[in-house]
Design a protein around this ligand. Structure first.
Ligand SMILES: NC(=O)c1ccc[n+]([C@@H]2O[C@H](COP(=O)([O-])OP(=O)(O)OC[C@H]3O[C@@H](n4cnc5c(N)ncnc54)[C@H](O)[C@@H]3O)[C@@H](O)[C@H]2O)c1
Length: 448
């Protein structure tokens, strides 16, 4: 005979299959909102939870605040029952609750799990039997079982317990990392395999059933910790390889070799090499941050993650390298940085996206200002920049006109819409940290 838990699991899987399951997504940001839209496309009734009332209001008015998501997609989702709310009371109506809240570092470069713990504290009292809670926020291995599960169990007055075995427990918990690559349209979201690791076999099966409706392939692993570690391995792999090419770029400059030519040649090898590209430094909410979640956790095991630390050191130094090269380039033009007018082209941490988080442009602008330059910026995605966690700039977008007035135009983000031929033609000096001017020959260009 089936246990009560087995019956709950079977019923939840039936509801998922029939698209009757209610999906709640907590955190309507870059990860949560696209996920909500995917479930809506599959005709699930989705509720988006966010503590930011401006986002809730925008979504309920059928609008979007993420450039690559048009308002029409939100309106389409509304037809399948999508709505947003700041009211956690509705959590108990959900069958699956997926958490997509931020996981930054604190001022000491340590994991800041406060967004996760606040979210879980708000879910716990509303938890009911037979629900699945899935964490998607990137974090160190152990978070789901060591932090999320105890808070859920302690925080519900009904004494509900997580299902660890097939015949004991009341609700399900899993971890499933997000693998989105903002701005990369070469792989459809559906085609990105979804890794899932449940606390217990039933949770893994249910999490795979949930994501199996919107992804073509799910990849179950044996535990939440294995799924958490998978995400970190992927991001650390990127971080370390980017650091490697950033270091080699600096050597290549000294040796007068074009690193981009070298990478293009190396990537013709049909096996054993994947191309990574150097740049002005790392940005975004993932690569500069996630590896340090693991370094922190590793200390608990008396282990130093030397690769992560070294990669961090190289990548963090890149904006300083760009400044050194800009100073040298100005010097060649008999100018000092102090008193020069510099236009920074592109603020986003990578091309064609509207995300400023951890962008190297912010450090570069601060360093230019510190060096006495008069700094301007142009970026089609940002009309103004005020202040954030690590910067206080207070600047407005400068039109891309009259480029001859600047002593240097510094390319930090290689947005596709820029006409680089025109930029080089009209500028006195172009410092290019992205190889955006590839193929253009001019003495005015300094590549760094
Ligand atoms: N952005 C990416 O490309 C990406 C890719 C892979 C993984 N991730 C991971 O996904 C997670 C979310 O990242 P993101 O880029 O979507 O962040 P984001 O800042 O764009 O969105 C997070 C949202 O959560 C909301 N929020 C914060 N606390 C809340 C709470 N207590 N209750 C409800 N809502 C709350 C915020 O208001 C915000 O709208 C992070 O762990 C990140 O590392 C992000």
């Amino acid at each position: 005979m089936k246990s009560q838990l087995g019956t709950l699991a079977t019923e939840l899987k039936r509801k998922i299959e029939a698209r009757e399951a209610r999906i709640g997504i907590v955190g309507m940001g870059y990860v949560g909102l696209p996920l909500a839209l995917l479930f809506s496309e599959e005709k699930f009734r989705v509720t988006g939870f966010d503590i930011d009332n401006r986002k809730v209001e925008a979504l309920n008015a059928g609008g979007s605040y993420i450039v690559r998501i048009p308002g029409t997609e939100i309106q389409g989702a509304q037809k399948s029952g999508f709505s947003a709310t700041a009211d956690y009371g509705k959590i108990s109506e959900m069958d699956a609750v997926i958490i997509c809240v931020p996981t930054p570092l604190n001022e000491f470069h340590e994991p800041d799990l406060s967004y996760i713990t606040q979210t879980v504290d708000a879910i716990a009292p509303r938890l009911r039997e037979g629900q699945i809670v899935i964490l998607e926020s990137t974090t160190y291995p152990g978070t789901t079982e060591e932090v999320v599960v105890p808070l859920l169990e302690k925080g519900n007055a009904k004494g509900l317990k997580v299902a660890r075995a097939e015949d004991e427990g009341d609700f399900f918990v899993a971890f499933s990392p997000e693998r989105e690559d903002p701005g990369n349209d070469t792989v459809a979201r559906r085609d990105i395999p979804k890794v899932v690791g449940g606390v217990g076999k039933l949770a893994s099966e249910i999490a795979a059933a949930v994501y199996g409706t919107i992804f073509n392939r799910t990849v179950p692993v044996s535990s939440p910790a294995a799924a958490e570690m998978t995400k970190l391995l992927e991001n650390i792999y990127r971080c370390v390889n980017i650091a490697l090419v950033n270091e080699l770029k600096q050597l290549c400059h000294r040796m007068d070799i074009d690193i981009f030519e070298v990478i293009d040649a190396a990537k013709t090898k049909p096996f054993g090499f994947q191309a990574f590209y150097p740049g002005p430094g790392l940005g975004g909410h993932c690569i500069p941050i996630d590896p340090f979640y693991l370094s922190w956790k590793a200390k608990q095991f008396d282990f130093r993650t030397k690769f992560i630390e070294l990669a961090g050191e190289v990548n963090i130094a890149m904006p300083y390298y760009v400044i050194d090269k800009t100073v040298e380039a100005l010097n060649q033009h008999k100018k000092s940085l102090n008193g020069s007018k510099v236009l920074v082209l592109g603020l986003a941490y990578k091309k064609d996206i509207d995300d400023l988080r951890e962008s190297p442009s912010l450090t570069i602008i601060e360093l230019l200002r510190k060096g006495g330059a008069e700094v301007f910026y142009n970026d089609p995605f940002f009309a103004k920049v005020g202040h954030g966690r690590h910067y206080d700039l207070n600047m407005t977008n400068t039109p891309l006109e009259n480029l001859g007035q600047y002593d240097a135009v510094l390319i930090v983000t290689d947005h596709s819409d820029y006409d680089y031929q025109r930029i080089v033609k009209e500028s006195k000096l172009v410092v290019d940290s992205r190889n955006a001017t590839k193929g253009i020959t001019s003495e005015k260009i300094v590549r760094c």
